[in-house]
Design a binder for this molecule. Structure first.
Ligand code: OOG
Ligand code: NI
Length: 514
């Protein structure tokens, strides 16, 4: 089923045209959409993406068994939730579809690795969206998220990978030298993967056999390799400076560090996890429960894995490394820039008050944070329901005709004419008012657009909760460097606000042009 951008009309399902999108400067011309009739036997990108996401999930279940247990629990909660909220399936897709949705995260060391990673994800129709500056949290990385962007592609499978790149420019000279030395001749892609990426770029797609081989080869890059590239001494040196650096620069590849399923009731899940004795982070990251906005996430501590460090004489010494963790998320409505700025302000305030609470002890923090956060939002955030978000123009929505609207095109036309005096200026405001009146008359309905991206403050909380307490930090007061990331990507990362508003505007055009 289709979801996220409406359920009714053919046209709201129509993909946004990537060639008219100003935001997609990069990685065009190699999408399977442009395949000629002679190349019709190519596997659609969403199918490769879905099969890859499944294969990754199967691999991670073996590597981190608790992840598999949690998937079952998430599915159970989603089943219950859908039963209690009939009609949700129309908006979100089937239970299977929602319960299979997930994002992963990796951390890369070199710009070339990011460049090739962008090509690898592009085979599956995933492009870089957003720039996340983690230096604000004293972490020496910056990030983007690879994901599909077209409405129908998201509806089929929205698999995303939060991808971070080490910022060598934030390391001191000696550390940078050591990191560069360790990473210099690292090759994280198999020859087979590189070959199939090249085939995809040359031919514009992959045949079924090539697609299967691609998934198999690509997966190797994300696997956990327990042999380190550096001596234990070097590892410990990295660790003291930054545990994130140690994770990035000591190993053979960018092991997938978590895979996060989407749950429909994060509080229910939180309760179940406590019952199971899983120690989660003290606070759910993101907005308070009860506000259908953005993204809420919880995570639990990384596993400790045994690691073999080369001893320099052809043998190994055994050590340990903390690399993988578990995370679950609940996704809600995407916010417009003004509302997002408001959200950022309130979260910053909550973090400050949280620091005060922490001084009274971890238990106090754990028990009082959510309440304090909800209090701040209750007082200051102007909308608490999707209807309120829409009326105040704070969230992104797609619009579609109701059955009544479809049967009465003349009523829509009449409403448009009444608003006609304002047609000349056709301001966003008058369109917004027109849509609201059509909704009041039950001619049009609005569907919230799901937030498909990430939140830097939450991401920082997730990173930190899974790094060793005292290490992993760089000097504060560093600056973001989007240009550096985009140079590595070989193009721009798309602006997610532009993507969401394009989705909304397209649906409005369709509804109003009938
Ligand atoms: C990425 C942490 C960020 C999220 O969901 O915000 C993230 C990492 O630890 O590599 O995945
Ligand atoms: Ni995550």
């Amino acid at each position: 089923m289709h979801r996220r951008q409406g359920t009714g009309t053919e046209s709201t399902r129509k993909p946004l045209n990537p060639n008219t999108s100003k935001e997609r400067h990069i990685m065009q011309g190699i999408s399977s959409k442009e395949a000629s009739p002679a190349t019709q036997s190519f596997v659609p990108q969403y199918e490769i993406r879905e099969n890859f996401s499944r294969a990754m999930s199967d691999m991670y279940k073996k590597e981190v068994p608790l992840y598999g247990d949690l998937l079952e629990i998430v599915r159970g909660i989603n089943r219950e939730y859908m039963k209690e909220h009939p009609g949700l399936e129309d908006e979100l897709g089937s239970l299977d579809r929602v319960s299979e949705e997930q994002h992963g995260a990796i951390r890369l060391g070199k710009p070339e690795e990011l460049a090739t990673m962008a090509q690898l994800f592009n085979v599956m129709g995933m492009v870089p969206v957003g720039y996340y500056d983690l230096s604000v949290a004293n972490l020496p990385v910056h990030s983007t998220a690879f994901r599909p962007v077209d409405g129908d592609e998201l509806a089929k499978n929205p698999f995303r990978v939060f991808t971070s790149l080490l910022r060598m420019d934030l390391l001191d000279e000696e550390t940078r030298r050591q990191a560069e030395k360790s990473l210099a001749d690292r090759q994280i892609f198999t020859p087979g993967a590189l070959e199939l990426i090249a085939v995809h770029e040359a031919e514009g797609g992959l045949t079924p056999q090539q697609a299967d081989d691609f998934i198999h080869e690509a997966l190797e890059t994300f696997r956990w390799h327990n042999e380190a590239r550096v001596s234990q001494d070097q590892y410990e040196t990295f660790l003291k400076i930054s545990s994130l650096l140690a994770d990035i620069a000591s190993f053979k590849g960018p092991h997938i560090n978590h895979l996060t399923p989407r749950v429909l009731d994060i509080q229910a899940l939180h309760g179940k996890m406590q019952d199971m004795g899983i120690e989660t982070i003290p606070e759910v990251q993101g907005p308070p429960s009860g506000w259908p906005i953005l993204l809420q996430q919880t995570s639990f501590r990384a596993l400790v894995e045994t690691t073999r460090f080369p001893d320099g004489t052809g043998g190994y010494v055994e050590g340990r490394h903390r690399a993988r963790f578990g995370e679950i998320e609940q996704r809600h409505t995407a916010l417009k820039p003004e509302a997002m700025a408001m959200y950022d302000r309130l979260i910053a305030r909550a973090k400050e008050q949280g620091t005060e609470l922490r001084k009274q002890g971890e238990e106090v923090y754990r028990s009082r944070y959510q309440e304090m956060l909800a209090g701040i939002f209750e007082e200051e955030f102007p909308a608490k329901t999707n209807d309120e978000l829409r009326r105040q123009n704070l969230g992104y929505f797609t619009y579609e005709l109701t059955d009544k609207g479809r049967q009465q095109p003349e009523a829509i036309a009449a409403a448009r004419r009444t608003g006609g005096s304002r047609k000349a200026d056709r301001s966003d405001k008058s369109i917004h008012e027109l849509l609201e009146s059509l909704i009041d008359e039950d001619l049009v309905r609005a569907v919230p657009v799901t937030y498909e991206d990430f939140l830097p403050v939450s991401a920082a909380g997730i990173f930190k909760s899974n790094l060793d307490e005292k290490s992993g930090l760089i000097e504060s007061g560093q600056s973001s460097n989007r240009q550096l990331l985009e140079e590595a990507l070989g193009g721009e990362a798309a602006d997610y606000h532009a993507l969401y508003s394009e989705q909304e505007e397209e649906s409005v055009r369709v509804v109003l042009s009938r």
